[in-house]
Write a protein that binds this ligand. Structure first.
Ligand code: PLP
Length: 381
């Protein structure tokens, strides 16, 4: 099996599993219990907070654990409306569904005024439109640092400046960026940033939220006051320990991302050379691990299924969309014509991807596309 679907989720690193295991078997105390076993859990949790803070170049007091990226996004979007008279929220048109679906729901309920910043054909944010849309009624601008389907990196600090000039806050969905590119929350000028462990070799179901020191945010959940009052509920200590270890590993192996980029580029140029109908979706400024390729006239679902039969895991659009026959909303927002949008396949590598795997993936992808292009395709879009 060759796993090229790392933007959907990653393999949990062996070191992460090893770090977590004692917190299931031996050190199962509640981190807020007053005895030794509880203190053992608390100390491990605070150590993990430090490890994640180091990855983000943030203070330990600015990092809160959540259950996932979706929750972190929701806390910020809902929380920032509490005690606030402004109702405007500005987002890009290519945000993850955990942001866009929530914003559309809040808009339908009449709770917010939503403005979407368009992107170009190569997925780049329209900064002039951002400048027009962010105004004195804007409470929050929410912008992903790296797009999950194309890997395109957005100019967050420029947009943060626009937001702050108009008295708005900025939230950065950094779920896809963490562990793949340097992530210095202060350089981004972010007020809030969302993180998800399973995108960088920690387990699924653990996330985090950066809240800039001194920034107010209403919690979503009330109760025991855990996570310094930001998120009540007994903490998932083993997963938090895993997220901490994964953060440490990611920080130590950021330089490996250049090798990942070289492998990704090799894969991409081999495919582009083989097929004139293939084109890369996304600007040059992209995550080093992501390659989104449109095979004009073909269906991504069919390509992904045939790659799967050869042991290659890739995806059409995002994992959340892979069951749907429609073109990806992101490709549509980028203005791709239907025959390119329907044939977009995402290949996403990780630091664990090997040269041999890329060679095999190139051979299999060429074989699959050759087979499909020799069969006449019907396209009812
Ligand atoms: N934001 C982005 C950009 C993502 O790619 C994802 C997951 O695909 C999420 C948020 C949601 O993260 P989680 O799966 O941890 O809820």
């Amino acid at each position: 099996m060759i796993y090229l679907d790392n933007n959907a989720t990653t393999r949990v690193a062996d070191e992460v599993i090893d770090a977590m295991e004692p917190f299931y078997r031996e050190f199962y105390g509640n981190p807020h219990s007053p005895h030794g076993l509880g203190r053992r859990s608390f100390d491990a949790m605070e150590n993990a907070r430090g490890q994640l803070a180091a990855l983000l170049s943030a203070g330990e007091d600015e990092v809160y654990f959540t259950s996932c990226g979706t929750e972190s996004n929701a806390v910020v979007i809902r929380g920032c409306l509490v005690g606030q008279s402004r109702r405007g929220i500005v987002a890009s048109s290519v945000e993850h569904p955990s942001v866009l679906a929530l914003l559309r729901n809040l808009e339908e309920l009449g709770m917010i005024e939503l403005s979407l910043i368009p992107v170009s054909r190569s997925g780049e944010l329209d900064l002039d439109a951002a400048d027009r849309l962010i105004d004195d009624e804007t409470a929050l601008v929410t912008l992903m640092l790296a797009q999950n389907e194309t890997g395109v990196i957005h100019p967050v600090s420029e947009v943060a400046r626009m937001a702050h000039t108009r008295g708005a806050k900025i939230h950065v969905d950094a779920v896809q960026a963490a562990g793949k590119i340097p992530l210095v929350v202060r350089d981004l000028d972010a007020d809030f940033a969302s993180i998800s462990g399973h995108k960088f070799h920690a387990p699924k179901g653990i996330g985090a939220l950066f809240i800039r020191r001194g920034t107010k945010l209403a919690p979503l959940w009330h109760g025991g006051g855990q996570e310094y009052g930001m998120r009540s509920g007994t903490e998932a200590v083993p997963s938090i320990v895993g997220l901490g270890k994964a953060s440490e590993l990611a920080a130590a192996s950021l330089s490996l991302q250049e090798r990942v980029r070289a492998l990704r580029d090799r894969f991409e140029s081999a495919i582009l050379q083989a097929f004139r109908t293939a084109s890369v979706n996304g600007a040059k400024e992209r995550l080093p691990n992501t390659s989104n390729i449109s095979f004009r006239g073909l269906r991504s679902g069919q390509i992904v299924a045939m790659l799967d039969a050869r042991g290659i895991c890739a995806s059409g659009g995002s994992a959340c969309q892979s069951a749907k026959p429609d073109p990806s909303a992101v490709m549509t927002a980028m203005g791709l014509p239907a025959d390119e949008a329907m044939g977009a396949v995402r290949f996403s590598l990780s630091r664990l991807t090997t040269e041999g795997e890329i060679d095999e993936a190139i051979a299999s992808t060429i074989a699959v596309i050759t087979q499909l292009t020799s069969v006449p395709q019907t396209m009812e879009v």
